[in-house]
Design a protein around this ligand. Structure first.
Ligand code: RP5
Length: 178
Protein backbone atom coordinates (compact mmCIF):
# COMPACT_ATOMS: atom_id res chain seq x y z
CA UNK A 1 0.00 0.00 0.00
CA UNK A 2 1.05 3.60 -0.42
CA UNK A 3 1.36 5.61 2.77
CA UNK A 4 -1.80 7.47 1.85
CA UNK A 5 -4.47 5.38 0.21
CA UNK A 6 -7.59 7.24 -0.83
CA UNK A 7 -10.91 6.07 -2.12
CA UNK A 8 -12.37 8.22 -4.91
CA UNK A 9 -14.73 10.48 -2.89
CA UNK A 10 -13.64 12.69 0.03
CA UNK A 11 -12.90 10.34 2.90
CA UNK A 12 -15.19 10.31 5.94
CA UNK A 13 -13.35 7.47 7.70
CA UNK A 14 -9.65 7.66 8.42
CA UNK A 15 -7.79 4.39 8.90
CA UNK A 16 -4.41 4.68 10.58
CA UNK A 17 -2.10 1.75 11.15
CA UNK A 18 1.08 1.60 13.16
CA UNK A 19 3.19 -0.08 10.51
CA UNK A 20 3.03 -1.15 6.91
CA UNK A 21 3.39 -4.68 8.28
CA UNK A 22 -0.12 -4.30 9.75
CA UNK A 23 -1.78 -3.83 6.34
CA UNK A 24 -2.50 -7.51 5.53
CA UNK A 25 -4.93 -7.50 8.48
CA UNK A 26 -6.09 -3.88 8.36
CA UNK A 27 -6.94 -4.13 4.68
CA UNK A 28 -10.03 -6.08 5.78
CA UNK A 29 -11.35 -2.90 7.41
CA UNK A 30 -10.69 -0.99 4.21
CA UNK A 31 -12.33 -3.68 2.08
CA UNK A 32 -15.41 -3.69 4.31
CA UNK A 33 -15.77 0.09 4.09
CA UNK A 34 -15.33 -0.11 0.32
CA UNK A 35 -17.99 -2.83 0.08
CA UNK A 36 -20.41 -0.50 1.88
CA UNK A 37 -19.53 2.44 -0.37
CA UNK A 38 -17.96 4.45 2.45
CA UNK A 39 -15.14 6.76 1.36
CA UNK A 40 -12.02 6.29 3.44
CA UNK A 41 -8.35 7.02 3.54
CA UNK A 42 -5.64 4.78 4.97
CA UNK A 43 -2.30 5.91 6.30
CA UNK A 44 0.65 4.46 8.17
CA UNK A 45 1.26 6.53 11.30
CA UNK A 46 2.93 5.48 14.52
CA UNK A 47 2.39 6.83 18.02
CA UNK A 48 6.04 6.05 18.72
CA UNK A 49 7.90 6.34 15.43
CA UNK A 50 6.02 9.34 13.97
CA UNK A 51 4.46 11.07 16.99
CA UNK A 52 4.44 14.55 15.42
CA UNK A 53 2.66 13.33 12.28
CA UNK A 54 0.19 11.34 14.38
CA UNK A 55 -0.53 14.53 16.35
CA UNK A 56 -1.19 16.56 13.20
CA UNK A 57 -3.38 13.84 11.69
CA UNK A 58 -5.62 13.49 14.72
CA UNK A 59 -5.83 17.16 15.65
CA UNK A 60 -6.90 18.17 12.13
CA UNK A 61 -9.12 15.17 11.37
CA UNK A 62 -12.51 16.73 12.11
CA UNK A 63 -11.74 19.90 10.17
CA UNK A 64 -10.74 17.78 7.17
CA UNK A 65 -14.16 16.15 7.14
CA UNK A 66 -13.43 12.84 8.78
CA UNK A 67 -16.24 11.50 10.97
CA UNK A 68 -14.68 8.35 12.40
CA UNK A 69 -11.09 7.21 12.93
CA UNK A 70 -10.11 3.54 12.91
CA UNK A 71 -6.71 3.00 14.50
CA UNK A 72 -4.89 -0.34 14.32
CA UNK A 73 -1.61 -1.22 15.97
CA UNK A 74 0.29 -4.07 17.53
CA UNK A 75 2.61 -4.49 20.52
CA UNK A 76 2.50 -1.38 22.79
CA UNK A 77 -0.53 -0.25 20.82
CA UNK A 78 -0.96 3.40 21.79
CA UNK A 79 -2.07 4.70 18.41
CA UNK A 80 -5.82 4.58 19.04
CA UNK A 81 -5.45 6.16 22.48
CA UNK A 82 -3.25 8.95 21.15
CA UNK A 83 -5.77 9.63 18.38
CA UNK A 84 -8.62 9.70 20.91
CA UNK A 85 -6.77 12.17 23.09
CA UNK A 86 -6.38 14.58 20.19
CA UNK A 87 -9.79 14.50 18.48
CA UNK A 88 -13.43 14.46 19.61
CA UNK A 89 -14.26 12.06 16.76
CA UNK A 90 -15.16 8.48 17.67
CA UNK A 91 -12.01 6.36 17.64
CA UNK A 92 -12.30 2.62 16.98
CA UNK A 93 -9.28 0.58 18.00
CA UNK A 94 -8.11 -2.67 16.41
CA UNK A 95 -5.49 -4.55 18.43
CA UNK A 96 -3.14 -6.59 16.25
CA UNK A 97 -1.06 -9.68 16.82
CA UNK A 98 2.16 -8.39 15.33
CA UNK A 99 4.01 -11.61 16.06
CA UNK A 100 2.20 -14.12 13.85
CA UNK A 101 1.41 -16.12 16.97
CA UNK A 102 4.92 -16.38 18.42
CA UNK A 103 4.54 -15.80 22.15
CA UNK A 104 8.17 -14.75 22.42
CA UNK A 105 7.57 -11.59 20.44
CA UNK A 106 4.13 -10.09 20.75
CA UNK A 107 1.98 -12.23 23.07
CA UNK A 108 -0.45 -13.09 20.25
CA UNK A 109 -2.07 -9.67 20.42
CA UNK A 110 -2.97 -9.71 24.13
CA UNK A 111 -0.39 -6.96 24.63
CA UNK A 112 -2.08 -4.85 21.95
CA UNK A 113 -5.56 -5.62 23.25
CA UNK A 114 -4.74 -4.38 26.73
CA UNK A 115 -2.82 -1.38 25.42
CA UNK A 116 -5.82 -0.37 23.31
CA UNK A 117 -8.71 -1.15 25.63
CA UNK A 118 -7.37 0.05 28.98
CA UNK A 119 -7.97 3.74 28.44
CA UNK A 120 -8.22 6.05 31.43
CA UNK A 121 -11.70 7.41 32.10
CA UNK A 122 -12.46 10.48 29.99
CA UNK A 123 -10.86 9.43 26.71
CA UNK A 124 -12.76 6.51 25.19
CA UNK A 125 -11.53 4.10 22.55
CA UNK A 126 -14.08 1.57 21.29
CA UNK A 127 -11.93 -1.55 21.13
CA UNK A 128 -12.58 -4.52 18.88
CA UNK A 129 -11.34 -8.10 18.65
CA UNK A 130 -7.71 -8.89 17.86
CA UNK A 131 -6.89 -9.12 14.17
CA UNK A 132 -9.14 -9.68 11.16
CA UNK A 133 -12.49 -10.02 13.02
CA UNK A 134 -11.73 -6.75 14.77
CA UNK A 135 -10.81 -5.08 11.50
CA UNK A 136 -14.08 -6.14 9.88
CA UNK A 137 -16.14 -5.20 12.93
CA UNK A 138 -14.49 -1.81 13.35
CA UNK A 139 -15.49 -1.00 9.78
CA UNK A 140 -19.04 -2.24 10.39
CA UNK A 141 -19.25 -0.21 13.58
CA UNK A 142 -18.03 2.87 11.72
CA UNK A 143 -20.78 2.18 9.19
CA UNK A 144 -23.36 1.90 11.98
CA UNK A 145 -22.30 5.29 13.36
CA UNK A 146 -22.44 6.90 9.93
CA UNK A 147 -25.76 5.19 9.12
CA UNK A 148 -27.46 7.23 11.86
CA UNK A 149 -27.29 10.25 9.57
CA UNK A 150 -26.81 8.73 6.11
CA UNK A 151 -29.58 6.71 4.48
CA UNK A 152 -27.36 5.27 1.73
CA UNK A 153 -24.95 3.85 4.28
CA UNK A 154 -27.87 2.56 6.37
CA UNK A 155 -29.24 0.76 3.30
CA UNK A 156 -25.82 -0.68 2.45
CA UNK A 157 -25.41 -1.93 6.00
CA UNK A 158 -28.88 -3.55 5.96
CA UNK A 159 -27.97 -5.26 2.69
CA UNK A 160 -24.62 -6.46 4.06
CA UNK A 161 -26.30 -8.01 7.07
CA UNK A 162 -29.07 -9.61 5.02
CA UNK A 163 -26.47 -11.16 2.69
CA UNK A 164 -24.50 -12.42 5.68
CA UNK A 165 -27.61 -13.98 7.21
CA UNK A 166 -28.50 -15.68 3.93
CA UNK A 167 -24.97 -17.03 3.55
CA UNK A 168 -25.07 -18.63 7.00
CA UNK A 169 -28.52 -20.13 6.48
CA UNK A 170 -27.60 -21.47 3.04
CA UNK A 171 -24.33 -23.05 4.18
CA UNK A 172 -23.88 -26.63 2.98
CA UNK A 173 -21.79 -29.08 4.95
CA UNK A 174 -19.59 -31.81 3.45
CA UNK A 175 -21.66 -34.94 2.79
CA UNK A 176 -24.95 -33.09 3.20
CA UNK A 177 -27.61 -33.64 0.51
CA UNK A 178 -28.23 -30.58 -1.64
C1 RP5 B 1 3.49 -1.55 16.07
O1 RP5 B 1 4.58 -2.40 16.12
C2 RP5 B 1 2.89 -1.74 14.73
O2 RP5 B 1 1.52 -1.43 14.74
C3 RP5 B 1 3.16 -3.18 14.41
O3 RP5 B 1 2.04 -4.00 14.72
C4 RP5 B 1 4.30 -3.53 15.34
C5 RP5 B 1 5.54 -3.96 14.62
O4 RP5 B 1 5.87 -3.02 13.63
P1 RP5 B 1 7.03 -3.30 12.56
O5 RP5 B 1 8.29 -3.53 13.35
O6 RP5 B 1 6.60 -4.52 11.77
O7 RP5 B 1 7.09 -2.08 11.70
O8 RP5 B 1 3.86 -0.24 16.28
Amino acid sequence: MSNRLLSEKSPIVGIVLGSQSDWPVVQHAAATLAALGIPYEARVLSAHRTPHEAFHYASGARERGLKVIIAAAGMAAHLAGVMAGLTPLPVLGIPLASDAGKMSHGFSGMDSLLSTVQMPGGIPVATFAIGKPGAVNAALFAAAILALSDQAIAAALDQYRAAQTAKVLEAKLDGENA
